[in-house]
Design a binder for this molecule. Structure first.
Ligand SMILES: [Fe+2]
Length: 380
């Protein structure tokens, strides 16, 4: 077996685990925290909750909330300047993937200098980052676990993937109670993002036994808990979605992703579509495309999804894909690209860009830009 690496942050998991934030910050040397969140999380009252912990723990803090659902390069540079001017020494991010990716970008530029664009691609970071503590409020992005940061370059209209072990936060504090305050559509979009992470990482050319077990567990938990979680919001089901998202994060952070995410990044950069909404549209078509290169693993996924086994790998795999499609349909979410983007004028350009995304390198089947365009046309 080849040498493999598996990197994850310290994880503190469970209801009310938010209260661990101050001791975690102090033991990582914090004198002044930069808190990063967004107006939506403020409105829900979670920023005030967290600041109360900082106040009662006598921890100095400053706050940055210029965060978009697709974080922009200029917001990173502005935030890094703020961090340096304020002489902060630890970053806490509270929210979904956007505040956490913003936090990674700010930590990177504040400690390594230059512009965020300088670090696009894999392993371009030279110096250590300031300590980071992430508190995810959705179950899906895996940004609290992963070595990925996705930042939009507004001039080029591209989502840049920045990949480095140093982007893994020191600590991830995962409190399932956050999910009880989230709208259903966001729980669904986040969970299907996590499902895409699990499936793409499972068939990735970099998958290892350490990532495969996390992928399979994540798929099983999402398939078995999502419906109940959105209908009754029980803490048991929501907790299982958080476990699934964490497991999928461990898998994709170490095995990377594939053509679904490459296309999601390129279309997301061109049309500013929310990331989680792309996967119910793209994932089944991508699974069909990848089947010839990953027959056995696609059949294993099919078996978990359908809880049944066909006569052949092909039958089991395709039954699994059809079951996922019916499942997505039952969730009443957009299932065609035309429902997410205004026109087809940039499909070819986005398909060509997708082949330059770092995620494409680990797809199990070789992908051309024409293949990406065919996938987009198939789901239009
Ligand atoms: Fe994703």
């Amino acid at each position: 077996m080849q040498v493999t690496k598996f990197a994850i942050p310290e994880i503190i998991f469970g209801s009310n685990s938010l209260e661990y934030v101050v001791p975690c910050a102090i033991r990582n040397g914090a004198k002044k925290v930069l808190l990063i969140s967004d107006p939506g999380i403020e409105k829900a009252g979670w920023v005030d909750n967290l600041l109360e912990f900082f106040e009662s723990g006598k921890l100095n803090w400053v706050y940055y909330n210029s965060v978009d659902s697709n974080p922009r390069n200029y917001q990173i540079e502005e935030g890094a300047n703020f961090y340096l001017q304020q002489r902060a020494d630890l970053i806490v991010a509270l929210g979904g993937g956007s505040p956490m990716d913003t936090a990674k970008g700010i930590a990177l530029v504040a400690s390594n200098g230059g512009k965020i664009d300088d670090y696009e691609g894999a392993n371009q970071i030279q110096y250590p980052l300031p300590p980071m503590i992430f508190i995810p409020t959705t179950a899906g992005s895996g940004a609290d676990i992963s070595q990925f940061a996705i930042i939009t370059n507004v001039e080029r209209q591209v989502k840049m993937a920045i990949i480095s072990r140093t982007l893994i936060p020191n600590i991830s504090i995962i409190d399932p109670l956050f999910l009880q305050t989230k709208p259903k559509w966001l729980v669904i979009a986040s969970a299907i993002d996590a499902l895409a992470h699990a499936i793409e990482a499972y068939v990735s050319v970099l998958a290892t036994p350490f990532t495969e077990i996390q992928s399979l567990k994540a798929i099983e938990l999402i398939v078995n808990n999502l419906e109940e979680a959105i209908h009754s919001s029980t803490l048991h089901n929501l907790t299982n979605l958080c476990i699934a998202s964490t497991a999928a994060g461990m898998a994709f952070s170490n095995a990377s992703l594939g053509v679904d995410h490459a296309i999601a990044h390129s279309l997301g950069g061109k049309y500013d579509v929310m990331h989680g909404l792309m996967h119910p549209v793209l994932l089944p078509a991508v699974m069909r495309f990848n089947f010839p290169a990953s027959r056995k693993k696609m059949a294993q996924i099919g078996e978990i999804v359908t809880k049944d086994k066909g006569h052949t790998e092909e039958e089991t795999a395709f039954q699994g894909i059809r079951t996922l499609e019916s499942f997505f349909k039952s969730l009443e979410i957009p299932l065609n690209l035309r429902n997410l983007i205004p026109d087809r004028s940039k499909l070819q350009e986005a398909s060509q860009l997708a082949t330059q995304d770092a995620c494409i390198l680990t797809n199990p089947r070789h992908v051309t830009w024409e293949d990406c365009l065919n996938i987009c046309e198939e789901v239009w």
